[in-house]
Every structure is written in C-alpha cells, then in structure tokens.
Design a protein around this ligand. Structure first.
Ligand code: PEP
Ligand code: CO
Length: 421
C-alpha cells in the first residue's frame, strides 16, 4: 500500500485552498441563516458509474433541488456534492456470509469490489490510485459543464431529466422554475444587460474521510496560506463510526484547515460533544465545523434537544445540518435495505421545528440520492412499495432517493425553510 500512497502524494491536488476558504465562508453564512446547504449524492460512488450520463444526471438533480430551495427558501444555496471521492465505506460488519461462505465485507471501490468472491473482496492498493483518478475525471467534467453554461439559469431545459415530465411533482417544479426565469428576465429587462453570474452555479465536493492514508497523501501546505489543507476535496467529513474524540480520524481532522463535518446521532455520547468541539474548533472559527445529526425519525425528538443544549453549553459555533437518511435504514423481509419516505420527511420536519423552538438555525440538509430512476426507498408521491424495490435496486450500500423523491424532499424543505424565515 505504501507504494500506492507514495504515488498519490506526487499527484496534483483536485481542489485549491481558495475554493476551500470560500466554502468555509459560505458555511459561516449558512450558520447564520443567510444561506442554506444542500449536501447530497450517492451513498457510495462506483467506478463503473464514472460516465458522462451519470455525472450529468447527478448535477441535474442537484441543480433542480437547489433552485427549488432558493426560490422557496429565499436564501442562496451552497451545493456540496457527495462526489468526486466518495469511494470508501464504513461497514457495521467485518464479514459477509452467503450460503455458508464467509468473506470480507465490501468497503467501497477505493478498497475492494462488491462481487462475492475472495479475489474481489481482497483489498487492492491500486484502487486508491484508480479512485483518485476517477475523482479527478468526475470533477474535471463537472467543472467543464458548469463553466460551459450547463447550469445557465436562462436554459432550464439543459438540466431537465428525461423522465422528469412524467413525475407527479413535475408541474409544481416547472412553476417554480418559470418564476425564476421570469424574474431573471425581468431583472435583465430593467438593467438592459445580462444578469452577471446567472450562467454559473458553483459546486463544492465532499466525501467521508475514512481511509486516512488516502486523505493524508493529499494533505498539503500551500504557498500563501497558513496550515495544512486536504486538497482531495473541499469538505471532508467524519462518519459516526469513527467520530470518537480520541480516535485517529478526529486527530487527522484536527490538523487540517478545511471546513469539516462530523456525523452525530443516538450513538454519540453527549459527553463527547464538548471535547469534539474543543478539539476540532479550538479557535471558535465560524464555518469550520459542521455537525450533521442523524437520529432517525423515532429518536430525533428525544435526541436533538439535549445535543443542541450540549453545543450551546460548550460555547463554540457549529453549522447544523440534518441527515434524515442514516437513522432511518431498515431491512425488508425479502432482504432489501430500504428507507421510508415518510420517516425521512418526519425527521426533517421535526429537526426544523426543534431548531426553531430552541433558537438555533438548521443550516442545511444531507441527502443520499441519485439522478437515476431507481427503486431503493419506499413511499413518495408515486407510492413505491416494498414489492417494487426489486425493479431497479442498484445500490451496493445504502438506499438512495430517486429523482422524483429527491425533488419532493426539496419542495418540502423549501416549505419548511419558508416557514422558519
Ligand atoms: C454515510 O453518510 O454514508 C454514512 C455511513 O453515514 P453515518 O456515518 O452517519 O452512518
Ligand atoms: Co450512506
């Protein structure tokens, strides 16, 4: 593995410290309610999905959701993809057994492969390099699309998804987009010039910083800015399984200047919160530390208020985000890992209400989704049932909202945001 990591150290970075600093400023604004963060993408990116169609579809759904949030929520939206490096997965079980054969679990394309054979499940250090290269290809295409006008607000048809028009929520979405393009037209008519910047929408990248060798190999000093930067992504985050205050992941994150996230939930001891805040944000820097809470619909009402209270008592600023996905995962009788749309919605509604009641600001949402027409989560306007899951279940790890369900979550979140204004 060391040889692969040495090679990784020699390769140029994927992002710059300017971009990283700009994201931190935007997160600080979001914490004050002056922007809203949409962090979203696959649970795990797959190497096979590093294709123009898949990447474009992922951008399309993120652009659509963000427009809905801007229009309904009345504040700028920071788009933070779970992409260009979301290749390593923490697993609850070390091994998986099928028909009496026990093999190591699949840990993401950065480590091994999902096929059920010893060869596929044996970690291969070359995958670290293949993953880095695919992250670079993904980001390169995203940057080119965005620069080339793909996200131009004058052309909403560029980011319509093929199957969008048959969606039960499409009319509501269309009306929102028309009101945006009408306003833009109105402004340009008054100004007599094109509204500058309207042809560009920025995307930031994020991934779970799980493989510390990989992250460290891309951690650099830059000429004109103090500190160390992880330049493989703008926003690395720590998953809930690796968030112990004295653990290696917290120790790594402590040393970098990026804005960072930590997942917290029912499994996080409240006693750890103060230590996490002190260790990860010793200078109380706004925008530096995001807490992404993921309690689950059944536990958020009990779990979130004491967490907000513990943070308040610690006296350091955080950016609050809600992940309504990871506390709501169930396995069906036929063995599909799924999530119920109504539970996801319930956790979002409760989270907005609790933050509002306690005078803190919910600054963003963290969603697993895909621009593809999959059937992995049940419910939503089209009423996907458990018996539909087998029709288009693609995820090797967690179930994602499909295009329609994701848009529906955006419409609902926009309403919740409007209410909290
Ligand atoms: C994830 O975001 O895919 C994940 C594994 O989350 P958590 O650490 O919250 O379980
Ligand atoms: Co996941």
């Amino acid at each position: 593995m060391q040889a692969a990591l040495d090679q990784l150290t020699q390769l140029p970075p994927l992002v710059t410290s300017w971009e990283v600093a700009a994201l931190k400023r935007q997160l600080a604004l979001a914490a004050e309610g002056k922007a809203f963060v949409l962090q979203a993408g696959d649970c795990a990116e797959r190497f096979v999905d590093c294709s123009s169609r898949r990447i474009a579809n992922q951008l399309k759904i993120l652009i659509q959701m963000s427009l809905v949030l801007v229009q309904g929520g009345g504040r700028p939206v920071v788009r933070l993809g779970r992409f260009a490096g979301q290749y390593a997965k923490p697993r609850s079980a070390e091994t998986e057994t099928r028909n009496g054969l026990t093999l190591p679990s699949y840990r993401g394309d950065l480590i091994n492969r999902p096929e059920f054979s010893l060869e596929a499940r044996t970690p291969d250090p070359q995958l670290l390099l293949r993953g880095y290269e695919r992250a670079a290809l993904t980001l390169n295409f995203i940057r080119a699309l965005v620069k080339g006008g793909f996200a131009d607000l004058h052309h909403p048809e560029y980011w319509d998804l093929d199957w969008a028009k048959s969606s039960p929520k499409f009319d509501e979405y269309r009306r929102l987009v028309h009101s945006i393009t009408d306003s833009l037209q109105f402004m340009e008519n008054i100004l007599g010039i094109p509204a500058s910047g309207s042809e560009r929408i920025d995307f930031y990248t994020s991934h779970e910083a799980l493989h510390l060798g990989y992250e460290q190999a891309q951690t650099r000093k830059v000429p004109h800015r103090p500190g160390w930067f992880n330049l493989s992504t703008h926003f690395p985050w720590i998953g809930i399984r690796t968030s112990a205050p004295g653990g290696a992941h917290v120790e790594y994150m402590r040393g970098i200047a990026n804005p960072i996230g930590v997942k917290v939930g029912a499994a996080t001891p409240l006693a750890d919160i103060r230590r996490l805040l002190e260790t990860l944000n010793p200078n109380s820097e706004p925008g530096r530390l995001t807490l992404i809470h993921r309690f689950g619909a059944a536990r958020v009402t009990d779990g979130l208020p004491p967490l907000i209270d513990a943070v308040r008592r610690a006296g350091r600023p955080v950016v609050w985000m809600c992940d309504p996905m990871h506390g709501n995962t169930h396995t069906t009788a036929s063995g599909f890992k799924t999530r119920r749309f109504d539970e996801i919605v319930h956790e979002l509604e409760q989270s907005f209400a609790i933050h509002a009641a306690l005078g803190s600001c919910l600054a963003g949402i963290h969603i697993e989704l895909t621009g593809e027409n999959v059937t992995e989560c049940v419910g939503g306007a089209r009423g996907i049932g458990e018996s539909d899951l087998e029709k288009a279940y693609e995820s090797e790890v967690d179930p994602r909202l499909n295009y329609e369900q994701a848009l529906e979550v955006a419409l609902l979140t926009a309403r919740l945001l409007k209410r909290s204004r």
